[in-house]
Design a protein around this ligand. Structure first.
Ligand code: CO
Ligand code: ZN
Length: 332
């Protein structure tokens, strides 16, 4: 399997902050519509693509929303104040490029500060390069959301870009949708909305589908950078099979099947115990009477920054593990 750089570049450069996923939804729909039996978009905007089969209902969830900055105020000189949509850090944001849905670009700048370590989002503003409030208002409105502008680059080993969280999960799902032939169950690939503001799309889509099993696809951290907090997951060491994060303790039976399938197929894997964060399976596993759930994580450096990093090999191994799982009957 070759790394499909064109697809990933398309995914990370298409606009789609939480609650405004129409553009990214349309982009993903175009990529998969010839490979699935049915596509539904639910009331919240979740894109649900089904590959019909007999057997159990398997929900595969990857969130298509990204973090963003929502405009709260426009001052007389046309400078914008904002609040966060999802986990936006003031330090990461400083001097970064942002882009709005209509293509308007700005940079995030800071008021003069005595002690920069005390920086908060309220010390920052967005400069979209206008002369006054009137001109600013002709380009953006209160409530509009901008996202960090993704600059995509790669070398032999890694991808450098924004929005890896979680367009890389979408990428893994799309590549599996295009390739998988001998699947054993009834597959529902869900590209969820509003994960970054509290797993909201996963909640409604899981209720609708009523799956027997859920496999979420999302990024996790990496403990292999200088002086990083102890965390036994790193880049280039394989796909990560989640044991826990703050939203879920993955189902041991499903987790063991994942481990065994990885071993049988010589897919390098790492076990992930994440002491913070959560993902879609956190909401799905508590749906109705409970859903047996697990997570395939993609080890990622610099999550929620403007340039996140993943290993191409880890991504390809994540696709492989997902496909082998879906080719299994998953009789747990
Ligand atoms: Co995130
Ligand atoms: Zn995520």
């Amino acid at each position: 399997m070759e790394f499909n750089s064109k697809l990933l570049k398309g995914l990370v450069t298409t606009y789609g902050p939480s609650g405004n996923e129409t553009k990214i939804c349309n982009y993903i729909k175009e990529q998969i519509e010839n490979y699935v039996d049915e596509i539904i978009i639910d009331n919240l905007g979740n894109l649900i693509a089904r590959k019909k089969g007999n057997g159990k209902k398997i929900m595969i969830a990857a969130h298509m929303d990204q973090i963003g900055l929502m405009i709260t105020d426009i001052d007389d000189n046309g400078f914008l104040r904002f609040t966060n949509i999802g986990g936006i850090s003031p330090i990461v944001s400083l001097n970064q490029h942002v882009i709005f849905e209509n293509g308007v670009v700005g940079i995030i700048a800071m008021e003069p500060m005595e002690d920069i370590s005390k920086i908060k989002l309220s010390n920052l503003f967005i400069d979209i390069g206008v002369k006054d409030k009137k001109e600013a208002e002709s380009l953006v409105n209160i409530g509009d959301i901008c996202v960090y502008l993704s600059h995509y680059s790669e070398n032999e080993n890694v991808i450098f870009t924004g929005a890896i969280d979680d367009r890389i999960g979408c990428y893994v799902a799309i590549e599996a949708i295009k390739r998988i032939k001998n699947y054993k169950n009834d597959l529902y690939f869900v590209f969820t909305v509003q994960e970054e503001v509290g797993l909201r799309g996963a909640k409604t889509s899981a209720y609708k589908i009523n799956p027997d099993i859920c496999i979420a696809l999302d990024v996790t951290g990496s403990g292999d950078t200088p002086k990083a907090k102890t965390f036994a997951v790193g880049l280039h060491k394989g796909t990560a099979i989640k044991v826990k994060d703050n939203s879920i303790l993955t189902h041991p039976k499903l987790r063991n099947v994942m481990i065994n399938i990885a071993k049988e197929n010589n897919i390098p894997y790492q076990l992930e115990v994440l002491e913070y964060g959560g993902t879609d399976s956190g909401a799905v596993h508590l749906t109705r009477e409970g859903v047996t759930s697990g997570v395939i994580s993609i080890p990622t450096r610099y999550v929620h920054s403007t340039t996140e990093m993943v290993s191409k090999k880890d991504v390809l191994n994540s696709i492989k593990l997902l496909m082998k799982l879906l080719e299994n009957d998953l009789n747990l």
